[in-house]
Design a protein around this ligand. Sequence first.
Ligand SMILES: Nc1ncnc2c1ncn2[C@@H]1O[C@H](COP(=O)(O)OP(=O)(O)O)[C@@H](O)[C@H]1O
Ligand SMILES: [Mg+2]
Length: 247
Amino acid sequence: MIEFINVSKEYGKSGKRAVDDISFRVETGELFGFIGPNGAGKTTTIRMLTGTLTPTAGRVLVDGIDVTADQIAAKKKIGFVPDGADVFDRLSGLEYLNFLADMYGVSAADRKARMDKYLSLFELTDAVGNRVASYSKGMRQKLATIGALIHDPDIWVMDEPMMGLDPKAAFILKEEMKRQCDSGKTVFFSTHVLEVAEKLCEKIAVINQGKLIAQGTLEQLKSAEHADSLEQIFLELTDAESEGEEA
Ligand SMILES: Nc1ncnc2c1ncn2[C@@H]1O[C@H](COP(=O)(O)OP(=O)(O)O)[C@@H](O)[C@H]1O
Ligand SMILES: [Mg+2]
């Protein structure tokens, strides 16, 4: 379970809030999409969840553990694929995966089983011995994804995971996201690609200019906004917000 309780983030002392008093809950086993336009605050929110940024105000809980107060315990529960899948260039794919497996204390048998499974699923087996520096963007994204799953986390967090993936890899990823949820894991990801969220997610939260402007199931959002599609909801909500700003 993920809980954001009145969370805000200001970068520096500008007083401008990149994330402004957001509260939401992701239940265990949910596939949850966090959507919003560029600059809305998605990455900032995700980095507070994964413990790489400290909130200016509010609390973030992971299965009841406060991410700021007990960072290590919280991090153990999470597998994180950062935006742009920045992974160490100088290592080989295999060294990178072993590094993560060591960090999380994954046994030799478990790491071999998971590497075999995910390398084959994401079609990276042949390249895993090569240096990450030689990888394409999509291959890096896949490697980061496998790395995030190496300790079989309860909560899988991804920031714009479809970026850089070709349609086949994106399909494989989406299937794996569903499988993880079916087996009781929680999946939380950000996207600005509405079709992905619409097809995949059980629940959605929409963020715009740092504020959560809607959350619920797609059906709930559609009936609340009298809309037929997520695109329509999204355009209406984000337009209304920017008009309010100008007035
Ligand atoms: N390191 C930073 N320092 C100052 N401002 C930042 C920093 N990172 C992001 N921001 C600002 O915070 C806001 C939200 O950014 P971000 O969380 O990256 O949005 P998104 O991921 O939805 O595109 C933007 O206005 C962005 O310019
Ligand atoms: Mg971002």
